[in-house]
Design a protein around this ligand. Structure first.
Ligand SMILES: [Zn+2]
Length: 181
């Protein structure tokens, strides 16, 4: 049976927002985030990062550099007992007209096919209007977190259109998800 998932934005949601982050040393996981992911995993959710990385399409860093950053992130999470089910990224710049740049559903569709996930029982958590719109576009429930760009996103039309839940941060979003069971 398809599994529910947490489709999790990376920058500003799981880790501190940095302008075109490209080095492992720039990765700073938010306080409480590892514990939150551990709770979600124990509750039966697959954990999948979905992230727009247009720095690749813009020529600011390479796929190899991104892979090094993600290996570092996965190791840091594993040290806290959390293993991700997948990391899916869109490498394209906005003008490349791809089908995977959030809020388009490409990354989530790919993850659902690869991992056997059920978007209708899943959540999308992120700090930008595109994350909330992604939730709507794939039929999952969106949560806007107020970390990263969250404060400036909360008045965006997407947030109202989706009736998105607004949470202080990832641990708070996690409590909301687990309380809604
Ligand atoms: Zn793309």
């Amino acid at each position: 049976m398809p599994k529910p998932a947490i489709f999790l934005d990376r920058d500003g949601t799981l880790i501190e927002e940095r302008h075109y982050l490209s080095e492992p040393a720039q990765v700073s996981i938010f306080p409480g985030a590892i514990e939150a992911l551990s709770q979600l995993s124990q509750a039966g959710y697959a954990l999948v990062i979905v992230t727009n990385q247009s720095g690749i399409g813009r020529g600011l860093f390479t796929e190899d550099q991104l892979a090094i950053v993600h290996r570092h992130l996965e190791k840091s999470l594993a040290d806290g007992g959390v293993s991700l089910d997948g990391i899916y990224h869109c490498p394209h710049a906005p003008d490349q007209a791809c089908e995977c740049r959030k809020p388009l559903p490409g990354l989530v569709r790919r993850a659902c096919d690869d991992l056997g996930l059920d978007p209708a029982r899943s959540w999308v958590i992120g700090d930008k209007p595109a994350d909330v719109a992604l939730g709507m576009n794939v039929g999952a429930r969106p949560i806007l977190v107020l970390t990263g760009y969250g404060e400036s996103s909360r008045t965006a039309p997407e947030v109202a259109a989706a009736s998105a839940h607004i949470a202080e941060d990832l641990p708070s979003a996690t409590r909301f998800i687990l309380d809604s069971h």
